[in-house]
Design a protein around this ligand. Structure first.
Ligand code: PBG
Length: 337
């Protein structure tokens, strides 16, 4: 058979490592990684998150030590989630100038001028009922009242030193509202990364345990997207761009590669993929049982997000990827290796 169908011998380009590297279409770089962190009040705290092995809730002082390690490993961006001491119906902790995120941003900026600090702008961890907005008298999330609180929250983050604000609550009009507020307060140069296509996904389960943000009643289906829809995701993204989003995000990542692909070919803005808590924890759980190789799977997942068209990867594996940069698995995927 050899030589009979020469045009079909794709294996010619796969026969050794250097050839495979020569023709590889997708590579990722540490520059594209964003590491999420959960931060809580207190001192000297590094509390393991049961549902996310290897992840912790940090008090600000310990987070600073962790960021030193992260930065030395080569990760340049973080996304912060706050866990407040007290919750209430107005989500005061979210926009309090001395709230956990605001305090932490100020501390980080004193020590790490170059680290890119992104902050999640949402109310679910700050409301006693755990929904992403405040409720009207019928117990439904009141979109427009929530916008008022979200703009105060985003402004307080920017004032505390956040480099990029990231509204994640899927409220209509949130990007416009935040952009207007930032501009009116001289934060013209603070970009907005919008969680534009955020699906009502069960892959967020471990996160809600981590951030103590599970809704006390009902679910998030009235504001997050139906996993069955992709055209609607394109509408969400188009609206966010029109409202002033600088970066758009698709979330979760791996189960929504088609959405990432469609968004990245349709819109001329950077597309971020959020590989969410469930994506992380299922790999950790399987690896702990010896069912799969964590490091190989981690790199394969990132490659898939990149191949689909994502340019930014928000992942709980970010630190681990950077710490693994000199391994043979990394050599296959990482740029400049
Ligand atoms: C807050 C928010 C959530 C996540 C990011 N921001 C939880 C949710 O919507 O329930 C999930 C992230 C993850 O699962 O890693 N709205």
């Amino acid at each position: 058979m050899e030589g009979r169908y020469p045009e079909t011998r794709l294996r010619r380009l796969r026969k050794n490592d250097n050839l495979r590297r020569l023709v590889r279409e997708t590579r990722i770089s540490l520059d594209q990684l964003v590491m999420p962190y959960f931060v809580r009040d207190g001192r000297n705290i590094r509390e393991p998150i049961d549902s996310m092995p290897g992840q912790f809730r940090y008090s600000p002082d310990v987070l600073l030590e962790e960021l030193q390690v992260l930065e030395e490993a080569g990760v340049r961006a973080v996304l912060l989630f706050g866990i407040p001491e007290a919750k209430d119906s107005s989500a005061f902790g979210a926009w309090d100038a001395d709230g956990i995120i605001q305090k932490t941003c100020r501390e980080i900026k004193k020590r790490f001028q170059d680290l890119l600090v992104m902050t999640d702008v949402c109310l679910c961890a700050y409301t006693e009922h755990g929904h992403c907005g405040v409720l009207d008298t019928n117990g439904c999330v009141d979109n427009d009242m929530t916008l008022q609180i979200l703009q105060k929250t985003a402004l307080s983050h920017a004032e505390a030193g956040s480099d990029i604000v990231a509204p994640s609550g899927m409220m209509d009009g949130v990007v416009h509202t935040i952009r207007q507020c930032l501009d009116q307060n001289q934060f013209h140069d603070t970009p907005i990364m919008s969680y534009s296509a955020k699906y009502a996904s069960s892959f967020y389960g471990p996160f809600r345990d981590a951030a103590h943000s599970a809704p006390a009643f009902g679910d998030r289906k009235t504001y997050q997207m139906d996993p069955a829809n992709i055209k609607e995701a394109m509408r969400e993204i188009a609206l966010d761009i029109a409202e002033g989003a600088d970066i758009v995000m698709i979330k979760p990542g791996l189960p929504y590669l088609d959405v990432i692909r469609e968004a990245s070919t349709t819109y001329p803005v950077p597309v971020a993929a959020y590989a969410v808590s469930g994506e992380y924890s299922m790999v950790k759980a399987a690896a702990e049982k010896g069912y799969l190789d964590e490091r190989k799977v981690m790199f394969e997942m990132m490659t898939s997000l990149a191949r689909a068209g994502a340019q930014i990867f928000i992942t709980y594996f970010a630190k681990n990827i950077a710490l693994s940069k000199d391994t043979p698995e990394a050599a296959q995927v990482l740029a400049l290796h």
